[in-house]
Design a protein. Structure first.
Lengths: 247, 497
């Protein structure tokens, strides 16, 4: 099985460590991973603003880059949601359908496809608050959102519990949005920032040393809020911890 | 400091309570600027915190109540299905309702819009020589600008719902469809009542304030010439309607005067009385997290010697029924659960939406009334999706918010700067070379520009947040090129640059 690794634009630019951890982690499980060099973005910034026409060329390029792989894996829930559910600006050819139906977010891939039982190389001796991004939780089905009735489950927490030394803490509002919201973060900066500050405070007062998530975009926003107010909390992508980061 | 000493900070805070934030209203013909109004609300930190805490508590109570009912998710599906069925056959059920209501002795009127609704009721009032009216809370009448119209023709309207009365006395719109003054603190109400009702401005005890309002309003209720209610449900098979309240004020409005007029949106229809067994279980649990409202009143005809009128109002509803993407918003039973769960609503306050309906529901309803005026509203959302999950009739609210963005963009309602900015982004992101150059430029700017050049008025991200730091050893792309491309053909790709 040939996997195409999609490293979303802002991860490529600002968080190369997340891309590296994802690649190394997949290789630890003997996956054949390729990184198509001409990749850019999934089209989400335009599409989430209603500008589907403006996203057409970007979506077409994405499909051109990734159609040749059996599976596409990305360490970003919101980008996977865009590809799977909203990549509709271009004609829905068999190639496009193949890409949309075979794009997986990293946690889903590890939990549902590889069914990973252990991460023997991983040890993270810290108190961790897990941040469910809204896209992974409510659009990709990483877990049961608190407002729905039903059996509790959480794929990312199930993976993190296999990491030695880790202590997961619960927060008061377990899955309230952190306020990133894509372009929302700059069109509604005050509300966005307030939500980010509230989110960090919730983790802080419940004893988390790290906020960990499967979405770097939420973490980029939260770490920006934390740095501005001098909150002593740190941020990690789940791929980095599962790949053995110790701090 | 010893425990007995007064805390000077607390005393000072009490002496000068934080003034109530009052977001500016958009002028006629202008777009509502949600972000600006939200900022004004957040600039009153005590109000902002109290609002978020109080509204979140309703969401928490809703969860607790919902989770006590094992078949909760099935109930939601059933309610959604009943609404789908009713809306699919709305013409039939409306005619059935009209025929049965008439047979019960109710006068039935049809209003195509708010103006006609107001005119019809004005005529009824003129015929009966009505000068003063007591009224229960009704979002439909807010939609129609009913109170404003009646002010203009010299008929006195007295709101009997405590929250709505507070908003009426303050000259403000409701900020929440179930809890109209939820953005106010007790100190705001104490000052308002002192000014309007002559109560003690220093006493902000909730029981004292409710009592002051009760004493002032009861005589008006007893002397009113007519009573008005809305309806939560209208039952086709009986020609009756159901009103749910916690204060019993709808019952006073309906039963004390001899004339009762009810305004009912045409989407309020349900086929059978037994359908109430589904909706009543969902309504108050979703709204306030209580098992049921204190009063669930079924009206079926005029009281002895009295007269009852029902005005069935369209006001854009048939147009909405014809919108393929958005028709299911007509299922809404106005519980407010989507507002309570919405993190943006809780931070920005209901008045920041500058429209009849605030919160997620408002984002998808208001543009149907005036697409341009409310074109910013569907962007006042992070698309987190919790509104859809709490909706008792399973409206796909967040998908409709997403859908409205496209409709508004395609119809020229996006601000020019946003549209051109995204068009430029679309071009860059469609070109690997352009994309790499843009990343290089961004990271170089973040690394080399002085702080004042990065954090300025043009940088909305930087108002309350730091920018991400450019990585020390280049992008992932650079790393991959250095570490993987020269290793025994690990990649099939040829780098462009």
């Amino acid at each position: 099985m040939q996997i195409g690794l999609f490293v979303p634009c802002f991860i490529d630019a600002f968080y190369p460590g997340v891309g590296i951890a994802t690649l190394e982690l997949l290789e630890r499980f003997d996956c054949k991973v390729d990184y198509p060099f001409d990749q850019t973005c999934c089209g989400q910034p335009m599409v989430n603003s209603g500008c589907h026409d403006e996203a057409r060329a970007t979506e077409a390029l994405f499909v051109k880059n990734f159609a040749k792989y059996d599976l596409i894996v990305a360490p970003s829930g919101s980008c996977v949601h865009q590809i799977r559910d909203n990549l509709t600006a271009i004609e829905q050819t068999p190639e496009v359908k193949h890409v949309r139906e075979n794009t997986l977010e990293l946690v889903e891939f590890l939990h549902d496809v590889l069914k990973v039982e252990a991460f023997p190389w991983a040890r993270f001796e810290h108190r961790v608050g897990y941040h469910d991004s809204c896209n992974t939780l409510r659009n990709l089905g990483h877990g049961k959102p608190s407002e729905l009735h039903g059996e509790y489950f959480s794929k990312p927490r199930a993976l993190l519990e296999k990491v030695a030394g880790i202590e997961l803490v619960s927060i008061d509002r377990p899955d309230e949005c952190c306020g990133f919201g894509g372009t929302f973060s700059v069109t509604e900066p005050e509300v966005s920032t307030r939500m980010g500050q509230d989110k960090i405070a919730d983790h802080g007062r419940n004893g988390a040393e790290y906020i960990v998530s499967a979405d770097s975009s939420c973490l980029m926003h939260q770490s920006g809020c934390a740095a501005r107010i001098g909150a002593p909390i740190r941020f990690k992508h789940i791929a980095e911890i599962l790949n053995g980061a110790s701090q | 400091m010893s425990g007995n000493e007064p805390n000077p900070a607390a005393t000072m805070a009490r002496a000068t309570p934080e003034p109530q934030p009052r977001p500016a209203k958009a002028a006629d013909g202008k777009r509502v600027d949600h972000a600006r109004s939200a900022k004004q609300f957040l600039n009153a930190p005590e109000h902002a915190k109290s609002h978020d805490t109080r509204v979140w508590a309703m969401r928490t109570k809703r969860d607790k109540q919902a989770h006590t009912i094992e078949e909760w998710e099935e109930l939601r599906q059933l309610a959604s299905d009943i609404k789908t069925h009713t809306l699919t056959h709305l013409d039939t059920y409306l005619e059935q309702f009209e025929a049965n209501a008439k047979a019960n002795g109710i006068h039935v009127h049809w209003a195509k819009d708010g103006a006609e609704h107001n005119r019809i009721i004005h005529e009824i009032f003129t015929d009966h020589g009505v000068k003063s009216v007591i009224k229960a809370k009704s979002m439909l009448m807010e939609e129609c600008g009913f109170r404003h119209y009646m002010d203009g023709v010299g008929i006195e309207i007295v709101e009997t719902d405590l929250g709505e009365r507070i908003q009426q006395l303050d000259g403000e719109d409701p900020s929440h469809i179930v809890v109209p003054p939820v953005h106010k603190m007790r100190s705001d109400v104490a000052r308002l009542f002192a000014d309007k009702l002559g109560s003690d401005p220093e006493n902000d005890d909730a029981h004292y304030l409710a009592g002051a309002q009760r004493d002032a309003t009861r005589p008006l209720i007893l002397d009113a010439d007519a009573g008005m209610t809305g309806a939560n449900f209208a039952v086709a098979e009986t020609g009756g309607f159901v009103v749910c309240t916690n204060e019993g004020n709808a019952d006073l409005s309906a039963n004390v005067p001899n004339l009762h007029v009810a305004s009912i949106g045409i989407e309020k229809l349900v086929p059978r009385v037994e359908d109430m067994g589904v909706f009543i279980r969902l309504l108050s649990r979703s709204a306030l997290g209580s098992p049921i409202t204190q009063y669930t009143s079924h009206f079926r005809g005029p009281k002895q010697g009295g007269e009852m009128h029902v005005v069935l109002v369209d006001n854009g509803r048939s147009k909405r029924l014809g919108m393929e993407q958005f028709w299911s918003s007509l299922k809404c039973i106005r519980c407010g659960a989507c507002m309570n769960t919405c993190p943006v609503y809780r931070r920005s306050g209901g008045l920041s939406y500058g429209a009849t309906y605030a919160g997620p529901l408002g984002l998808i309803l208001n543009p149907t009334f005036d697409a341009h005026r409310y074109s910013n509203l569907p962007f006042a959302s992070t698309l987190n999706g919790s509104c859809t999950n709490v909706c008792p009739v399973k409206i796909n609210i967040h998908e409709q918010i997403f859908g409205w963005r496209q409709v508004l963009a395609e119809n020229g309602h996006l601000p020019w700067t946003k549209k051109t900015g995204l068009a430029a982004a679309g071009k860059v992101l469609a070109s690997p070379k352009g994309y790499r150059a843009a990343i290089k430029a961004t990271n170089s700017a973040l690394k080399h520009l002085p702080r004042w050049a990065i954090y300025n008025r043009m940088n909305a991200w930087g108002e309350g947040r730091e920018m991400p730091s450019p990585p020390d050893n280049g992008t992932f792309h650079d790393w991959y090129k250095r570490h993987r491309l020269n290793r025994d053909g690990a990649s099939h790709n040829t780098p462009e640059n």
